[in-house]
Design a binder for this molecule. Structure first.
Ligand code: AFP
Length: 333
């Protein structure tokens, strides 16, 4: 089979009029940053990149050294790239402006530089998640308000998963496409065209240690799945939980499943656990583009009108029929 690189794939998307030259080049800059992060992640203790950085992020969480390294790599690469008006990162309190002496572009980039960082030191897959919006601020410096656009306004979304091998999964609104990093060539090769989530599944992902905090609809759904073939759903389910959203969602984009980090009494005060702008929205766009569904349990995630940059929301996504079942339990009240 003819090996197609990410660059060739993006040029073909541009020739087909699906993306602008600027968006193509922006995605290329993000892909280059992801390669550099992959090299750092893969070195582990050999490069002294494991462990805590000794600092906390805007969420009050202890930062891992690789959180800081990945964040710096993405900020520096995209400041220089020239396709952005501004950026927002899980690791940065507010909007990161492009330095005055660098060229600027028409897009806004949001990212979680290293998702699942609590898994780094135990060598479990982690990832980078990104989302691209248009800059409504025209020539003036974008404010936080300019970033607060519904997920349906995203022009591109993707993630990289740093596991046994590194993959980049991307949508520009024309299906979901997977690329594998060829370390020798130093380029991403197109390996999974049009990734699709089956509408039904027998695999679920949830942090079951939170069961006592769950709302009734989720308790009911998980009980019914665990009742197996003899229960109301009439089939046996298996469970997986990596605690890296990127890895759990990648499994679902590859073979189906349902992922849940629902509202519960433990995270209710924060509005949920996962971040809307750089976790839930990009994953929701990918999942919907692959034929799945993404909800808070009560609303379509991509319809949510954001109120804050680091806002948290409940997330239930994956195989359409299962997500619709959980939503129906929530709406039954
Ligand atoms: P970290 O980046 O702090 O490890 O959090 C990962 C995450 O945001 C998401 O990737 C996981 O799905 C979820 O949190 C794991 O949460 P639990 O630790 O409660 O299982």
């Amino acid at each position: 089979m003819r090996r197609v690189t990410l660059t060739q794939f993006l040029i073909e998307q541009q020739r087909a009029g699906r993306i602008s030259p600027d968006l193509r080049l922006l995605i290329e800059v993000v892909a280059r940053a992801v390669k550099a992060i992959s090299v750092n992640v893969s070195k582990g203790a050999l490069a002294g990149v494991l462990g805590e950085a000794g600092t906390d992020n805007v969420q009050g969480e202890a930062q891992k050294k690789l959180d800081v390294i990945a964040n710096e790599i993405l900020l520096q690469a995209n400041e220089w790239g020239g396709h952005l008006a501004a950026m927002a990162s899980e690791e940065v309190e507010t909007v990161h402006q492009i330095p005055f002496d660098y060229p600027k572009g028409g897009f806004l980039l949001l990212f979680d530089p290293l998702d699942g960082s609590s898994n780094i030191d135990v060598n479990i897959s982690v990832g980078t998640i990104f989302s691209v919006l248009r800059n409504p601020a025209g020539g003036s410096e974008p404010t936080e308000a300019n970033f607060l656009q519904p997920g349906s306004e995203q022009v591109a979304a993707g993630y990289a998963v740093y596991g046994p091998f590194t993959q980049l999964v991307l949508t520009v609104g024309n299906g979901v496409h997977g690329f594998t990093l060829d370390r020798e060539m130093g380029s991403f090769v197109y390996t999974q065209p049009f990734m699709t989530i089956p509408v039904d599944t027998q695999e679920f992902a949830i942090n079951a240690s939170n069961a006592r905090f769950w709302e009734q609809p989720v308790k009911r759904y998980v009980d019914e799945m665990q009742a197996g073939k003899g229960g109301p759903l009439g089939k046996d389910y298996n469970m997986r939980w990596v605690a890296s959203m990127v890895a759990d969602v990648h499994r679902i984009l590859t073979r189906g499943g349902i992922f849940m980090y629902p509202m519960d009494e433990k995270c209710r005060a924060k509005g949920g656990k996962l971040r809307l702008m750089y976790e839930a929205n990009p994953m929701a766009m990918l999942v919907e583009q692959a034929g799945g569904a993404a909800s808070t349990g009560r609303e379509r995630i991509m319809d949510l009108k954001p109120t804050e940059l680091h806002q948290r929301v409940p997330v239930i996504l994956g195989s359409k029929n299962e997500v619709e079942r959980v939503v129906s339990y929530h709406l039954e009240g």
